[in-house]
Ligand binder design. Structure first.
Ligand code: ADP
Ligand code: MG
Length: 350
């Protein structure tokens, strides 16, 4: 057997030293990670289900600083406050007051002024596909009281004259609103989005690091990533089947879906639903559902309603909606699916 040279022996002892150092680093790293988990347990979520905004709401909140139950309850209170405030049928609502003012100027609070202005802006941007002045038509169809019926062509034509977003006047200086031509406001296509946006703001005011989401009738506002790092997986309802048609992954932002399956009745083999085409006064045809992902819930809600109405006018949608950072998926009549390129980015986990 050959004898080891002194330099070889030295190398081996150096190697041993290195192995020991690496092992030490490895064990220390493992202990640090373990300690991290012990000291900061994975967040658990407080869940609150209730009814508000004319639909089911689902509040899911996680916070390491504040009792999440307190945050969820504050959110629910806010959703209930807004349900009353923007419901045109409720005599306590500001929308009711404006609608019943017989064309006079009405002084409103800042929140109302801002929301009505935003709704008119969405009408302008969507070339009137979104129109918050369809109050009279919605009443005529009976969708406001959940007792829909089929009006005559003449009734629709006549009522259509008392709609149109250009009939809303603003007095910026005195924060007043005035309706012309006997129109009535109905913010049903945007108020839910606004309420979800407020819900997030309230949660953040309790704890800036709060996570979770708020859902109202299928529209969702993300409050923060799951456990602070993972996307929430959102199922998009298939307008004609029970199982979802798609899944999207959201770390932040909002998603809204407008569909012909939410509130409708059928007569002579035709489906009449609650999203009206402001140009005809009839339920918008050609679309089964429209889903929009956006950075905030107001944009998602308003654009989903607009995309539903625009439906077949896909070119307008893909040209205009990216300007508002709206990512769209449509299920057209018959089941054909259209997606904007940017929508596809949300279909996989990053
Ligand atoms: P949902 O409330 O079922 O989620 P939407 O967000 O699309 O659906 O809102 C539909 C509501 O918006 C209707 O119930 C009505 O109050 C109102 N609305 C109907 N048609 C329009 C329209 N073209 N533009 C704006 N609002 C509309
Ligand atoms: Mg909407």
């Amino acid at each position: 057997m050959q004898k080891m040279r002194a330099s070889d022996r030295k190398n081996i002892s150096l190697l041993r030293k290195e192995v020991i150092i690496y092992m030490f680093i490895g064990i220390a790293g493992f202990l640090i990670i373990l300690l991290g988990f012990i000291l900061k347990p994975p967040q658990t979520y407080y869940k609150l289900k209730d009814v508000a905004l004319g639909t089911y709401v689902n509040i899911v909140i996680g916070s390491n600083k504040i009792n999440p139950e307190r945050i969820a309850k504050a959110i629910l209170d806010e959703l209930k406050r807004l349900t009353v405030k923007f419901d045109p049928r409720n005599p306590k609502s500001i929308i009711h007051k404006i609608n019943e003012a017989n064309g006079d100027w009405v002084s409103v609070d800042e929140e109302t002024f801002t929301l009505i202005k935003a709704s008119i802006r969405f009408a302008q941007i969507t070339d009137g596909a979104f129109d918050p002045t369809l109050g009279k038509l919605i009443e005529l169809w009976g969708f406001d009281v959940m007792k829909p019926h089929l009006p005559t062509d003449d009734e629709i034509k006549e009522t259509l004259k008392h709609s149109g977003y250009k009939n809303v006047l603003f007095d910026d200086k005195n924060m007043r609103v005035k309706l012309l031509n006997g129109i009535k406001l109905d913010l049903g296509g945007i108020a839910k989005g606004y309420a979800l946006e407020k819900a997030r703001q309230i949660a953040k005011s309790f704890d800036p690091d709060v996570t979770g989401f708020v859902e109202a009738g299928g529209d969702i506002r993300i409050i923060g990533p799951k456990f602070g790092r993972e996307p929430w997986v959102v199922a998009i309802k298939d307008p004609r089947k029970e199982e979802p048609t798609d899944f999207i992954y959201l770390l932040d932002g909002a998603v809204a879906t407008s569909g012909d399956y939410e509130r409708f009745f059928e007569m002579n083999g035709r489906r009449y639903h609650h999203i009206l085409d402001p140009k005809t006064g009839y339920p918008a045809r050609g679309t089964w559902s429209a889903t929009v992902i956006a950075e905030d819930a107001v944009t998602a809600d308003a654009l989903a309603t607009a995309a539903f109405v625009l439906g077949k006018d896909w070119r307008f949608v893909v040209l205009e909606f990216p300007k508002l950072r709206g990512h769209v998926m449509l299920v057209l009549e018959g089941g054909t699916i259209k997606k904007s390129d940017t929508f596809k980015l949300f279909e996989r986990e990053e």
